[in-house]
Design a protein around this ligand. Sequence first.
Ligand code: NOJ
Length: 480
Amino acid sequence: MASGVQPWWQRAVLYQVYVRSFADFDGDGVGDLNGITGRLDYLDWLGVDALWLSPLTPSPDKDWGYDVADYTDVQPVFGGMPALDELVAKAAERDIHVIIDLVPNHTSDRHPWFEEARAARDSPRRDWYVWAGPKPDGSAPNNWRSSFGGVPAWTLDERTGQYYLHNFLPEQPDLNWWNEDVRAAFDGILRFWLDRGIAGFRIDVAHGIVKDRQLRDNPDPTVSTYNANRDEVHEVFKRWRRIVDEYEPARVLLGETWVMELDRLARFYGSGEDELHLAFNFPFTFSALDAAAMRDIVEATEAALPERGWPVWMLSNHDIPRFPTRMAGGDERKVRAALLLLLTLQGTPVLYYGDELGMPQADVPPERERDMAGRDGARTPMPWNGGWDDPWLPLSADVAPVAAQTEDETSFLSLCRGLIAQRRANPDLQGGAYETLPAPDGVWAFRRGETTTVAVNLTDEEVEAQGERLAPWQGVIQRM
Ligand code: NOJ
């Protein structure tokens, strides 16, 4: 696809901001929106085009914002709605778009919808959630398990004598997406944010929001056959796409599509123009840093996606160990190789804050742990250079801070900034078609468009590829 007609979200480098840990403006130890606004110069200098902000909405924070108590407001600890409006306006001055996290699968148990629903069996809101009576022996209605801890995904509501479904914590009751009023409510929520200038949504648990209407047992209790992954989810996203398509400039729907089969992933793109714009590719994220393995996934993705579908690549996020530790075992050469691939493949790359610094997974001592699912090590504060007063999670020690890396031409930060600049200056790196090139074992070589080739040596030996001698783990971009 020629770059001239590419929408912004295809040309973009996205940057995930875990808001609590990015930058703390008011000094309370928790990152906030004014903190992000204060770092827009940095983000602009780095060259990113859009920010995805982790959930901002009011929440009891049992799951750090992914338990929403109000879909149309901003947590006071982040600075409230005025701080978001200011961030969006200031970011726009730098051509940076702001995407927010949307959590349609479940609410907080403190959301007024759930409080109303659980009040009585005949509550008008009852059917907004998934309720079922106990089995004759009093146990949960079926064998569905929660993603947190593998415990039953049902909690008995003593007062009304029925169980409610929660694919995550008991404090995160699942909404009933078979209910037309729930669908209508979310249409309104989407419009609320789009009208405020939000550039789109990262959709939490996108693969999972619709469940089996008959609540059938999963044939294998460890596989979410019926408590997620239902085909009717595509109707919901087609409906959302129609809403989003009404807006100018273009907005984007980015799904957390946690599926491991690429043909199923491809279905979230619909025809390529009528469902999600981007669907996260977890098989790529979880691949070994191995030429054949990654190349196979990329080729299979290119083959599976509809003609106008556009891939999205990510190495780290707030739920999984950071890639320099997980994929690269702390080896700097491997971290560089992975960053080079991320930023040169065909598709939209997403950097998780700190990826540009080569930030490894942090060791969070038990007494400082905050997350019930053990994910704190990927969520520690951005190491600007000091700048944090008693942060909510400890600063990770094992990474050179931004200030030092900015000065150092050989740093990860300089590498990332240089790669992003090359993308911007080279339409083929932004939009050119991907084609695998022949290469020795352990080397991944590909062409982008007419003019550009990339070769990365993912071995411990020196090799020759694309007419260059490549040191172990070295990559090269050539432009004709
Ligand atoms: C995926 C989010 O990324 C994760 O942080 C959260 O715990 C679950 N969805 C539940 O909302």
